[in-house]
Design a binder for this molecule. Sequence first.
Ligand SMILES: O=C(O)CCC(=O)C(=O)O
Ligand SMILES: [Fe+2]
Length: 191
Amino acid sequence: METIELADGGRLLYEEVFLEPELADRYFVELRDHCLWEQKPALFGHMQPRLTASYGDAGITYRYSGTVNVALPWTATMLEIKHRIEAVCGQYNYCLMNRYRSGSDSMGLHADDEPEMGNVIGSLSLGATRTFRIRHNFSKETRKFPAGHGTLIIMAGTMQQFWKHDIPKTTQAVGERINLTFREIKKTEIK
Ligand SMILES: O=C(O)CCC(=O)C(=O)O
Ligand SMILES: [Fe+2]
């Protein structure tokens, strides 16, 4: 695991081959075929350019950019993956999954900086290699990391406060990619 210290206290842990390919294959097929994938509406009448699914502890709901994501109960595979990542760093009660069907699916530049969100986010990639890009909010310093089949990226420190990240579209012919972001959503008072 490589630790990359970023400007203003951001920290990124990176391991390109965290899972051996055979295990990554098994997880990819299992998650692709058995998770409840849906395409959710985005802003201005558009749809999100990817599919998502949401798993976690009972009672966890994650809201961002106008979407409401009620966690389905963890599956055995999801728990197995969660424990592998927790053995490296973090404690998680929720996982947002994104499925990029082709190079025209993407994730826009954003930070996962909701007040109820823990600062450690564990991100596992499966399937086609895409570029995970980060950009500093003020200096605009940009760095790119290949997120391939079995790559683990952990975002920590103040990364969500000072940096944004995205998965740009690509015109290259790429297959499907699944990404799992494990998070800690702190329970808030019900108003
Ligand atoms: O697909 C990825 O690697 C990034 C996903 C992401 O940033 C998110 O779900 O917030
Ligand atoms: Fe994110």
